[in-house]
Design a protein around this ligand. Structure first.
Ligand SMILES: [Zn+2]
Length: 447
């Protein structure tokens, strides 16, 4: 088997925060066989390939991408429109866009049915190109969880992305089913719908219930991820030993302490609210309903506490919440690194470390991913400049010269698609209410 000798002007291996100059990376059979100073590297054998690169780093790991959502514009898009079969094909297609963007591994926390399990298996079997996937299934939800977003009388049919459990027994049975079906992680929706008089969100599950679910998931070899904006949700997640906590914008210092004790990884996933703030147009319902304003306030409120969490030593990973209309697949995965730098004061090297080394800890067989070291998977990016000088470089497709997964360059050109034919099947016909007063205001009618 011939080897690839990659001579790197600069290489960031993500074992620490330093980049090293003049390194040679040797790849064989999909693995890293050698890494060290160029002048000490073994000489290429006949048939080996030699390449030069300006900057090499591990492939990105996005710990928050919803493969089932299909760039959804609404909760109806997420749960009602499109068949399971179409969603699976769409998920497979977009997995390739994610990989082409330099994301060689992704965590899919919360999906419908067995979508991310199926895409993971198809990719692992070599049927299609795609990133490594940590798969989950439906989000464990109760009547208080945000994922039970339709009126109570609708509930959550089998094909929804939420699994509505009404008892502890049902929650445990669902975890056992998902483990049997082959998930890598269980997702629990911890934020509730009710608030205390002081505005605090009341957690959807009690601490006891959370502990029971996390314990059972861990017993069956699954990791646990949770959506938790609220202080109480974060606290219960930490006390129960959740592996990966998303958002945590409203936590306090006691939560930081609890997360540290639990060894939980935090992925604030600021890209979704930041894109909503930055991109929404006046006609978007997100403006009229105040949702964009809520996102802005959430980011403002969350920034100082997230900075304190970083200072306290909580490991941060990078997630984008891709899969919504405001975070289409393959487009915004690297924006989270920019936000870690701009909002939370990470150095670019710390942001790279979060998006590689820490992210790998959320993946199955994560010990073989996330850093460039001998014996590990050869998942890496070849860049024509240094993201340590400008973290935004990773968002510029023209600067990513190659994406390697398991030692092989992946296809970087993306098949174009019609965004309106993969999502937005809503039956909404009007975005305004044409009362006589409103129509008169528009100057379109008078008596
Ligand atoms: Zn999400």
């Amino acid at each position: 088997m011939s080897a690839l000798h990659l001579h790197c002007q600069n290489l960031f291996d993500a074992t620490g925060l330093e980049a090293r100059a003049d390194q040679t990376l040797i790849v064989e059979n999909g693995l890293i066989r050698h890494l060290g100073p160029r002048h000490q590297a073994p000489r290429p054998q006949p048939g080996d390939q030699e390449l030069r690169a300006e900057f090499v780093m591990p492939g990105l790991i996005d710990v928050h991408t919803h493969l089932a959502f299909g760039n959804a514009q609404s909760e109806e898009d997420i749960d009602i429109w499109t068949s399971d079969e179409f969603r699976a094909l769409r998920g497979l297609f977009f997995a390739q866009h994610v990989l082409a963007a330099g994301v060689t591994s992704m965590v899919c926390p919360g999906d419908s049915g067995q979508l991310s399990i199926a895409v993971r298996n198809a990719v692992n079997a070599g049927l299609f190109e795609g990133p490594r996937i940590a798969a989950s299934s439906r989000v464990i939800t109760n009547r208080q969880s945000l994922n039970d977003w339709f009126p109570s009388r609708v509930g959550a049919p089998e094909y929804f992305t939420a699994r509505l459990v009404t008892s502890r027994a049902e929650a445990l049975a669902e975890i056992r089913t998902q483990a049997k079906d082959g998930v890598d992680l269980i997702k629990i929706a911890m934020d509730g719908t009710q608030r205390r008089p002081n505005g605090d969100i009341i957690a959807a599950f009690t601490l006891d219930e959370t502990r029971e679910m996390v314990e059972e998931a861990h017993r069956l070899g699954c990791k646990v991820a949770t959506h938790a904006y609220g202080r109480e949700a974060v606290m219960y997640a930490a006390k129960a030993g959740v592996d990966l906590v998303f958002h945590a914008f409203y936590m306090d210092d006691a939560c930081i302490e609890a997360l540290l004790q639990a060894g939980s990884i935090l992925a604030p996933t600021m890209t979704f609210p930041q894109n909503t703030v930055d991109f929404c147009q006046p006609h978007d319902p997100a403006i009229a309903t105040g949702y964009a304003g809520y996102c802005a306030r959430t980011l403002e409120l969350g920034t100082p506490v997230l900075k304190r969490a970083k200072a306290a030593g909580i490991p941060f990973a990078c997630g984008s919440d891709s899969g919504f209309a405001v975070t289409p697949y393959g487009e915004w995965h690297a924006r989270e690194l920019e936000l870690l730098v701009e909002r939370l004061g990470f150095s670019p090297a710390e942001a790279l470390y979060a998006a590689t080394n820490v992210g790998a800890r959320c993946m199955p067989r994560g010990e073989s991913l996330g850093t460039l070291e001998v014996g590990k998977q050869a998942d890496f990016l070849v860049l024509d400049g240094s993201p340590l000088e400008d973290i935004r470089l990773l968002q510029d497709r023209s600067r990513i010269q190659a994406v390697y997964k398991a030692g092989k360059p992946v296809r970087q050109e993306r098949t174009r698609y019609n965004p309106k034919q993969v999502s937005d099947f809503n039956s909404l016909k009007w975005t305004d209410l044409y009362t006589r007063e409103r129509v008169a205001e528009l100057g379109k009618w008078s008596l």
